[in-house]
Design a protein around this ligand. Structure first.
Ligand code: FDA
Length: 438
């Protein structure tokens, strides 16, 4: 166990990386390959927890089609340099070298065949091969810039991170201040602490606090790639349909995604909703085209002419199915929509329904306007939108504009990727360009 040492005895590293997640480990192995002495510190009891839980346990580790358009942030140009210097095939090459079986799913997404553990093992093996030290269960108490040391620019003070059991024991003890403290010094300090999503997996605001300590600006953070929640009647209707999944076009004024929608007990989820959440702000309306391949207004008006005695549900019966056909809606959904949208005219023949009403109904089926009350928040969000303002960080090296030797990589920065392996690609790319210079 490390004991307290005086400042001059602080163990010295070329590079200390705070955060043994995706970007931190990639940066560590890159710097280690250059012969740098690297220490990775993490308060969690395990490295790469988010890697392990990603992609439903199979880790969507990158995407064949990575472009800056797949990322959002206050400076859309920031990600370009790192992404072009570290394209996805570089990571795929490493995966292949390690003989990790993988497969492509739709939209170029790459997943492990077996387990996300394969990716984590690969990163840890690569780190170990170049002498990177990973120290877990380590709480960072303070970080200070130092000036009178030729080799070191930063001094860190750490204590052992306590488990829940340890914390209780500590509370029970009369003397609560006697935890062994360790200090480290380093030339380069890399902050790779990720975002705020899933606090139970080790997420914390330390990265943001350190950025502020060194005068950086934060762009407001929010849960993203996250399901929407609804209250009132719409909430009830959605919850009653839990389990139904249909292909839709989900959109707002900024963007549109043709992807599946999933009704859940908490609201609306599925890839279309997660993607749209990256572009959504509280109070805004979203639009869902339930039958993306059919012009429902034209269809209803045509049927009024050709079959004036028909009811709306008879017209829609041809577009009802329990399968995964984008031209059809599950019966249960149609029944619920009828109750919600055209209950008053459900027994009325088409001939007796005004054109305006049919147009309104057609437009609703092709663009259901919904106002989410919110999202499920950081508890289930895959990422955190916002973060450290990228205008104050070098896009080539990830170094702070304000403090020599201080770097920020991965999700802690104001760079958020789409669903589909883009967030890991950003972690690898930003970790790589930083690891090349620290
Ligand atoms: P990351 O979160 O990986 O690592 C941060 C590290 O810092 C953690 O180890 C943490 O313990 C440590 N840390 C935090 N605070 C600390 C402190 N105070 N002291 C010390 N250490 C501290 N992306 C993708 O591309 N494909 C996918 O399939 C998925 N799937 C997915 C599923 C789920 C459920 C989630 C929550 C997220 C995803 N993601 C994803 C997103 C992806 O996991 C995420 O963008 C990257 O892990 C970000 O990498 P970072 O290195 O920035 O942070």
């Amino acid at each position: 166990m490390d004991n307290y040492r005086t400042a001059s005895q602080h163990p010295h590293y070329d590079v200390i990386i705070i955060g043994a997640g995706a970007s931190g480990l990639y940066c560590a192995l890159t710097a280690g390959r250059r012969g740098r002495r690297v220490l990775v510190l993490d308060h969690a009891n395990k490295a790469g927890k988010k890697i392990l839980m990603s992609g439903g346990g199979r880790c969507n580790f990158t995407n064949y089609f990575v472009a800056p358009e797949h990322f959002i942030g206050s400076n859309p140009h920031f990600c370009k340099s790192a992404l072009s210097r570290y394209p996805s095939w570089e990571f795929i090459g490493m995966v292949e070298q390690h003989k990790i079986p993988y497969h492509e799913r739709e939209h170029g997404q790459l997943f492990c065949d077996d387990s996300a553990q394969d990716i984590l093992t690969m990163l840890l093996d690569e780190c170990a091969a170049v002498g990177v030290q990973v120290r877990l269960n380590t709480q960072i108490d303070s970080v200070q810039a130092i000036e009178n040391d030729k080799k070191a620019r930063f001094q860190l003070s750490t204590t052992k991170a306590l488990s829940k059991k340890d914390k209780q024991e500590q509370k029970d003890m009369a003397n609560q201040t006697n935890l062994p403290q360790t200090g480290y010094r380093c030339e380069s300090l890399v902050v790779a602490t990720g975002g705020l999503s899933i606090p139970t997996m080790g997420a914390s605001g330390l990265g943001y606090a350190l950025a502020q300590q060194f005068n950086h600006t934060l762009i407001q953070t929010d849960a993203s790639l996250v399901p929407f929640t609804f209250t009132d009647k719409i909430g009830e209707l959605i919850r009653a349909l839990a389990g139904i999944s249909i292909p839709v076009i989900a959109s707002n004024e900024r963007i549109s995604f043709k992807l599946p929608l999933l009704f859940t007990h908490r609201g609306l989820s599925g890839p279309s909703m997660l993607q749209l959440s990256n572009y959504w702000h509280i109070g805004e309306t979203i639009s869902i085209n339930l039958l993306p391949d059919i012009d429902m207004t034209a269809l209803l008006l045509a049927h009024k002419k050709s079959h004036p005695r028909q009811l709306i549900r008879t017209v829609l019966a041809d577009y009802t199915d329990s399968g995964d056909d984008s031209n059809k809606l599950p019966k249960k959904l149609l029944v619920a929509l009828q109750t919600h949208l055209w209950d008053d005219i459900k027994q009325t023949e088409l001939a007796n329904i005004k054109d305006e009403r049919l147009i309104e109904l057609g437009e609703t089926l092709n663009g259901w306007q919904l106002k989410p009350s919110g999202t499920e928040g950081y508890r289930t969000a895959e990422v955190t939108r916002g973060g450290i303002k990228t205008a104050e960080v070098s896009s080539k090296t990830m170094q702070s504009n304000y403090q020599d030797g201080l770097y920020f990589i991965g999700e802690v920065l104001d760079v958020t990727g789409w669903l589909g392996g883009y967030n890991f690609q950003w972690a690898w790319a930003s970790g790589f360009v930083c690891g090349e210079v620290v």
